[in-house]
Each structure stands twice: as structure tokens, then as C-alpha cells.
Ligand binder design. Structure first.
Ligand code: AMP
Ligand code: ZN
Ligand code: FE
Ligand code: FE
Length: 279
């Protein structure tokens, strides 16, 4: 039975509590899943407990925000990497920058949505939760400025919108090295989606592979079939594994748990050598 190797909970911008993400994986008939919240392992302890109760295999993980030449690229780290002190410091600094940036986005939006308050947005991001644009989107829905998260992203929050503000994130190559040093397995998340596609040339991927990258997330809803075929060929060339996942965000996105998956033998190869750790 396959695994869903990329899911989000209320520890970042998902709308489902960690234990309920695990329940959704069990209900979808999966043998396992990775919980990969943005820049935090805060949901892992709850997920590990739920997985033990439900007889589902929980792979600890994190989706790390990184940058390449100013563009955002997401890196999936599997294993007990959020327990690593150096990586934990990097993630905490990204979360700080994300919080400062959320305030700036709200300030800009207040010019066109006067009813939007900083307090309302911050109330959606308790301490320990990684802030993201979806939290602003939910506040925009609450004040009636837009009908859904999707509409908020299209109308107001997209990169390139006048209300968009970026945040500080570590370099991709150094982060691959940090995940490897932490005993984890590194996989580039949705390598062909928007901002990543522009900066992930074959040469960059070769450099990452030489630094210890183990896989590319090929089967993801952001990738059409020709893109998946190209990524599969690239992975084969570079000796990388191909993974698949839903990038589940609960009710926050259309993505259904288990809509793309990774075969269990690939999960085994991926995690060979990666420390599972305890949460
Ligand atoms: P941020 O982390 O603040 O840069 O926001 C990006 C996050 O927003 C990603 O995790 C996406 O999954 C999520 N996202 C992107 N587009 C949408 C959308 N149309 N609706 C809901 N969430 C989205
Ligand atoms: Zn997200
Ligand atoms: Fe992502
Ligand atoms: Fe994600």
C-alpha cells in the first residue's frame, strides 16, 4: 500500500489538526503518510500518537522554505530533522521572518480592504504555528473581501501582486546539506511549480544530487503529464527517486488525501539511512 509523503496540518497552513490528518490518511486506505508542515515539526508529536493508535506508519517530515536566486523553492526533509539544533534554529528564523512579513502584507492590504485588522490575522496564527498567506486569506474571507482562499490568492496574494511581500529563507543547496547532516532524506517539493521551475535547471539539480539530495516530488497536482515525464527522465539521469503526494491542506485547498502517492518500496529506499527519531 502506498504512502502520501506531503501533507499539512494546523501546525502550519492546513485546516486539519495533526491527528485528523493521520485519520484522513487511514480513511483513504494508505499504509502511511508524512506530515510535512511548513518550517516546523510542531504537529509531529500529535501525529505520531494518532498513527500508533490507528496502525498507520507516520514518517516525520517538514517542508522547508528555501531560496534560489531570490525565488522560493520548497524542500521536503524526512526523518527527525526538526530535532536537529542547527536546522531548528534556521526554521525558527524563517518563522520569525514569515511573521514580520505577514504584518507587512496586512498593512498593504489595508489600503484596499480597510476592514482587515492585523489582530484578526495574528489571532489565526497562535505561537508555534507557521504563519503563511493562507492565514491572511482566511481573514480576507472573514471580512467578506473574497469568497475563498483560492480567490484571495488569485485576486490579492499571488507573487507579483502589489500586496505581496516575501520573507527571508536559507539557500536551497545549504539546506540540502543541512538535512543530510541532520540524518534526514531531502526531496525537492513540486520542482516544476511556479517559482521553482524558473531556477531549477538541470545543472542546479545535478549540484543538489551531488550534495546528497535523494529525490524529486514528481507526482503532484501542479505537474501535468509531460512535466512528470521530463522530471522522471531527469531523476533517472541523476540517480534520484521519484515521489508522489497530495500536498493535502484540509479544507484550505482542493487537494484530496492520497490523490498522488509513493509506492512503499520507494519510501523504504528513501528512508534507508534516515533517522526516524522520536517525538
Ligand atoms: P506562503 O507560505 O505564505 O508563501 O504561502 C504559500 C502557501 O499557500 C503554500 O503552502 C500553498 O499551499 C498555499 N496556497 C497557494 N495557493 C493557494 C490557493 N490558491 N489556495 C489556498 N492555498 C494556497
Ligand atoms: Zn501550504
Ligand atoms: Fe510547497
Ligand atoms: Fe506543501
Amino acid at each position: 500500500m502506498p504512502y502520501d509523503l506531503h501533507t499539512h496540518s494546523t501546525a502550519s497552513d492546513g485546516t486539519t489538526a495533526p491527528a485528523d490528518v493521520v485519520r484522513a490518511a487511514a480513511a483513504a486506505g494508505l499504509s502511511g503518510l508524512a506530515l510535512t508542515d511548513h518550517d516546523t515539526g510542531a504537529g509531529l508529536a500529535e501525529a505520531v500518537r494518532a498513527a500508533a493508535d490507528l496502525g498507520v506508519d507516520l514518517v516525520p517530515g517538514v517542508e522547508i522554505s528555501t531560496a534560489v536566486r531570490g525565488r522560493s523553492v520548497h524542500l521536503l526533509g524526512y526523518g527527525a530533522v526538526t530535532d536537529d539544533p542547527a536546522l531548528a534554529r534556521t526554521l525558527a528564523s524563517t518563522v520569525d521572518s514569515r511573521l514580520a512579513r505577514l504584518r507587512l502584507i496586512v498593512e498593504r492590504l489595508q489600503a484596499v480592504v480597510p476592514g482587515l485588522s492585523t489582530d484578526d490575522v495574528l489571532a489565526r496564527v497562535p505561537v508555534g504555528v507557521t504563519p503563511g498567506r493562507p492565514h491572511v486569506a482566511d481573514a480576507l474571507v472573514a471580512v467578506g473581501a473574497v469568497a475563498s482562499r483560492d480567490e484571495a490568492f488569485v485576486e490579492l496574494l499571488a507573487e507579483g501582486s502589489p500586496y505581496y511581500v516575501g520573507y527571508r529563507a536559507p539557500g536551497l543547496l545549504q539546506t540540502v546539506r543541512a538535512v543530510v547532516a541532520a540524518g534526514g532524506a531531502a526531496v525537492v517539493a513540486h520542482p516544476a511549480s511556479r517559482s521553482a521551475a524558473d531556477v531549477l535547471s538541470d545543472d542546479v539539480v545535478a549540484e543538489l544530487a551531488a550534495a546528497g539530495l535523494v529525490g524529486l516530488e514528481v507526482d503532484h497536482r501542479d505537474h501535468d503529464e509531460p512535466t512528470r515525464a521530463r522530471l522522471r527522465a531527469l531523476a533517472a539521469d541523476m540517480g534520484l527517486l521519484c515521489t508522489g503526494s497530495s500536498d493535502f491542506h484540509g479544507a484550505g485547498k482542493q487537494n484530496r488525501m492520497g490523490e498522488n502517492t509513493t509506492p512503499d518500496d520507494v519510501v523504504e529506499q528513501l528512508l534507508a539511512g534516515a533517522a526516524r527519531g522520536r517525538h
